[in-house]
Ligand binder design. Sequence first.
Ligand code: NAP
Length: 477
Amino acid sequence: MGAAIQLNRLGYQNIAILDREDDLGGTWHVNRYPGLTVDVPSTTYSYRFEPNPYWSRLYAPGAELKTYAEHVADKYDLRRYMRFNTVVDGARWDEEAQVWVVTLSGGHTLRTQFLILATGYLCQPKKPDIDGIDSFAGTVLHAQEWDDSYSLKGKRAAIIGTGSTGVQLIPKLADEVAELTVYQRTPIWVMPKLDFGFGPTAQRLFAKFPATQRVLRVSSDLFMDIMVTLAMWRFRQFRPVNRIAATIGRLHRFLAIRDKGLRRKLTPGYDFGCKRPTLSNVYYRTFNKSHVHLETAGIERIEPDGIVGKDGSKRPIDTLVLATGFDVWESNLPAIEVVGREGRNLGKWWRENKFQAYEGLTVPLFPNLLTQASPYAWVGMSWFDTVEYQMRHMDRLFSELQRTGARTFEVTDEANARFLERMLTLLDDSVFVLGNCANSRSYWFNGTGEAPLFRPTTVRQAVKEQERFPLSDYAIA
Ligand code: NAP
């Protein structure tokens, strides 16, 4: 939607937004599991140009994010472009006609001058490859396909997965079920959540005097940006900041759990920042409840009526909850097959060479293509920061196209190589390279041990650079 708003601002009206889901909102449409909230302050997790005075809390519930997405779509009149239940199979650059040919499942094709891939990093839910999982006779609930009509009351449930999703779900499940067993493979860093509500008075104030909400936004933006930059990207120079964050995490665990053995099991064996840390004031306390059990021995197999652990113990269950995350590296990046000039296949090229994209957006031999969830695109923790710096990049690039009357752009090999080199050099100072991440099992790393998702700069730098990248980095014709 951000890209479509930017295209509109540049004067483009002939736009199609293709979406395999049946409504808008992406993540915030698909995810409806109990306990879903945003885990970045809502003041930061929203467009700067479209503040929302009506968040009910600093960390708003998921449903409010969906409502916000609907509001943006309506206000910027984007629904007219949207085609739902439309699955895209692939796209191929037609060199002769100088257009992208986009193939939809069902065989239809669309032809377009510009193509923007905005499919996200976390869009292919992963089902764990556990022996016997398909033989389970009870109910399986996937976090991304939640069945609201299923009552958890009194159930004997197990959950697999203790990432951001699991950390939000587990306390809610524990409130409902009779028995809950949590299968943890890798403990996660859980930090205290400084959350508070915005009553009607605060909301009226934000609506009437937007500057008041902007003050809050500047604070939450700065806090997030400084923490990520110092604790993760400048690990070499600011190791103590990372240590302080880890100490806060340890203290949080210590204050919530008295049982030493339980605390040890929940202690991450890798540095803060190797894997997405989570926020919760209730997660750790949930494990103090007598009907909540933590299993860390690993899963041997799943049987029709329960789960057998690697230590031989069996937990009889009737409900299995999967919070097992997403496939980032196999069926995604890119989410569809994309073939550019000279037959270059994007996914294949990324895998045979390094993952790379100039300014996290464009790739040599892929003219007129922008890929938003790219290598080195993700800046800060709020996805909106990424979208907004990319909108600025579009503004500068497309304005040049219009100024010169050109029809195509393509990033040069030289500019792309220079950007990649810079990202790799910056990463040399990061916790990813210098920290102890070996046991983190973080999806931020790919199979070859590289961590090419993040742009390891401040958000501010990423934004500034879009206003001055050399236009000669593109062949514009
Ligand atoms: P995730 O962080 O990848 O966590 C998946 C969990 O499932 C991990 O604990 C993983 O264990 C476990 N798992 C996967 N396969 C397994 C197997 N075969 N056996 C045992 N355990 C298995 O996924 P997520 O929790 O869905 O979060 C993904 C990202 O989504 C987050 O990092 C965040 O960026 C975003 N998110 C945001 C929000 C929010 O803003 N509210 C909420 C949820 C998610 P290992 O760690 O050992 O692999």
